[in-house]
Design a protein around this ligand. Sequence first.
Ligand code: SAM
Ligand code: SF4
Ligand code: SF4
Length: 371
Amino acid sequence: MSERVIPLIDYRIASLAARLPAQPVGATGLLVDTLGRPLNDLRNSVTDRCNFRCSYCMPKEVFDKDYPYLPHSSLLSFEEITRLASQFVAHGVRKIRLTGGEPLLRKNLEVLVAQLAALRTLDGAPLDLTLTTNGSLLQRKARALKDAGLQRVTVSLDGLDDAVFRSMNDVDFPVAEVLKGIDAAQAAGLQSIKVNMVVKRGTNDHEILPMARHFKGTGVTLRFIEYMDVGATNGWRMNEVMPSAEVVQRISAELPLVQLEPSAPGETAQRWGYANGGGEIGVISSVTQAFCGDCNRARLSTEGKLYLCLFASQGHDLRALLRGGASDADLASAIGHIWQGRSDRYSELRASLPAEAGGGARRVEMSYIGG
Ligand code: SAM
Ligand code: SF4
Ligand code: SF4
């Protein structure tokens, strides 16, 4: 029998109560945290399950058949997600990304998409509604998602070499099926399709150039993500991180790149355009160049806990308020109060923290709160 790591603290249980502040916080769209950062972007995890076992996210040895996934009754219903989302929108959220686990494993996800697509920002505009997926079910679902009002999609793909990809997803899933999913998304009319590649030095860095060549000129934006020390199970080591600067250098040596202006404040990716045309790539330097200074993202877990940082060890339990009969104004007030107290900036502090994860606390898994 293989040895399993038994978590000493289950971060899903050790949550913070979301309290109603004595002084109600109205939803004015002008909310800022202690560092002056607004709340514009909500990442919503709709399941903690996945059909892949990427070693950097859900290593097989931990996420095996005995892993205590959340029971269905713990998950927020679509109505609960939409009700909370509308309060986030009232505070200034303009963009919602559905994630997981693998979001397309959540049954009838298009029903949730339709509900969220009906929300309007404070100035009456539709939300920027998108989804991150491993692409395995996209071929089947792209059309229904688009028809329900999804605007964009990001597909994760860590290489074009079939053997490399099968080994990275660790369930022997072929590249060809993900590529068909991307084609289906394009054919369905989903806009600004992005492909995310997590680069692990020594594992798939030789796939950087083949990926760049493949997606150049296709209208798909390829983005390279530095391998991050999220969660507590992936055995992260700094020497497996390939700095984005090196990725850019490698591509530029064959396909010259020029740096482009950011397209939106708080954007995580640095943009680079092909000097001779053919679109752009992005690099997300979460490890080597922290971007906490304008981090405007909140994360809502599958069971309704609000996390203020990808590297947080505890979330604020909004589900308890929701199921305890809180009014919309109460929910907005609780969310506002929590955001007003936010001071998280883990990536900026990483180098100065003790080597143990999160300065000793067990951090939440990426598959639980989404990327
Ligand atoms: N299952 C979906 C997928 O893979 O696209 C959505 C959830 S996944 C947690 C969201 C994103 O996080 C993916 O693009 C994935 O590659 C990225 N990710 C997961 N673990 C990571 C890590 N340790 N470092 C950097 N990115 C990671
Ligand atoms: Fe699943 Fe996405 Fe995590 Fe891979 S990165 S294990 S596809 S949730
Ligand atoms: Fe935002 Fe936390 Fe990432 Fe910094 S480390 S950019 S605060 S999620």
